[in-house]
Design a protein around this ligand. Structure first.
Ligand code: TRP
Length: 329
């Protein structure tokens, strides 16, 4: 069975775009792959975070993943900082990476451009190395990531190949698994941009845990397009097409197909809101149960970390040995 691994940051709330684009795929993948999913709390520290909020969001993210259907008896779900081997391998990989290639990472360039490279955090700079460690330490075959992570994955492949050519065949070189077009959920206020945790307005982002009234309000206030025609055409009608995409995803049909029968935006919005609420209802219910028992989730995460460590420690030992570190006796 091939192994997949992905990481999800415990930042903001998990939104509909994450759920539809990534998490539902994680759930399906766990039954056909040896699947590892990691809540990457160390990556979240690359920007200053309120400690209590980070801790709460880490628990919340794990519980949303469980509520969405990740089964801890089927996959390996854990918190990154519970498996210290990741950061240790990251050091070996840092000694393999160059300043130039890290500086070329567009995510670093974008983030550093905002506050100036001089004051950008070192963690932001070395972020892709830790991500490479997350992946390589599990001998992952495939890494399901969004398009924005493609460059980091290419970098991971380069690092693995370089380490292997220097020290022998230590790492498996992983492939990216960028989801085929599929559903791409756009911001409700700016339908030409992907729904994102860092959106300008919270009105544009529908969260998985939001109460039905809030979801309804956000969808009813979604930006639509000039004219009144309901037609799936993301180029000339991005707002309406996004609603159709949502309705299609929530009802398991195609966006062109769901468009038929609508002549006005109002009913489309009402039906989309109702369908999204139905889609999320079981997830929200299950989440409420889990949230009432944080100790239960902590126990599941402890088991997940133990399973992860069993793999990670072997890979790390192999890498240290290959690099010439003297084994303790
Ligand atoms: N950088 C990824 C993101 O922001 C999160 C991440 C961290 C990740 N480690 C990973 C994704 C390992 C896949 C594999 O989305």
């Amino acid at each position: 069975m091939s192994r997949v691994l992905s990481g999800i940051q415990p930042t903001g709330g998990i939104h509909l775009g994450n759920y539809v684009g990534a998490i539902r795929q994680y759930v399906a993948d766990q039954y056909v792959h040896d699947a590892f999913y990691c809540v990457v709390d160390l990556h979240a520290l690359t920007v200053p975070r309120d400690p209590a909020d980070l801790r709460a969001k880490t628990m919340e993210t794990a519980q949303v993943l469980l509520a969405a259907g990740l089964d801890p008896d089927v996959c390996t779900l854990f918190v990154q900082s519970h498996v210290h081997e990741h950061t240790e391998l990251a050091w070996l990989l840092e000694c393999t990476a160059s300043v130039g290639e890290l500086r070329r990472m567009t995510q670093f360039k974008d983030k550093a451009a905002r506050g100036g490279e001089e004051s950008a955090g070192v963690g932001l700079f070395t972020y892709p190395v830790l991500m490479a460690a997350d992946i390589l330490i599990y001998d992952a075959d495939r890494v399901p990531v969004g398009d924005d992570q493609r460059q980091h994955l290419e970098f991971t492949r380069d690092l693995a190949a370089r380490f292997n050519s220097r020290y022998g065949p230590v790492f498996k070189v992983p492939a990216a698994a960028i989801p085929k077009v599929g559903a791409r959920i756009m911001d409700l206020q700016t339908p030409t941009a992907k729904m994102s945790k860092s959106a300008l307005s919270p009105q544009g982002t529908a969260l998985v845990l939001e109460p039905p009234e809030v979801l309804t309000r956000k969808i009813k206030r979604a930006v639509t397009d000039t004219g009144t025609e309901v037609r799936y055409d993301p180029v000339t009608k991005p707002g309406v097409s996004n609603l159709l995409e949502l309705l299609a995803v929530a009802t398991g049909r195609g966006p062109e197909e769901v468009a038929t029968g609508y002549t006005q935006y109002g009913p489309l919005k009402a039906d989309t809101a109702a369908a999204v609420i139905e889609l999320l209802r079981p997830v929200q219910e299950r989440y409420r149960e889990l949230a009432g028992d944080p100790g239960g989730t902590a126990a599941l995460l402890e088991k997940g970390a133990a399973k992860a460590r069993a793999v990670a420690s072997v890979t790390l030992a192999r890498a240290k040995e290959a690099a010439g570190l003297l084994a303790p006796r």
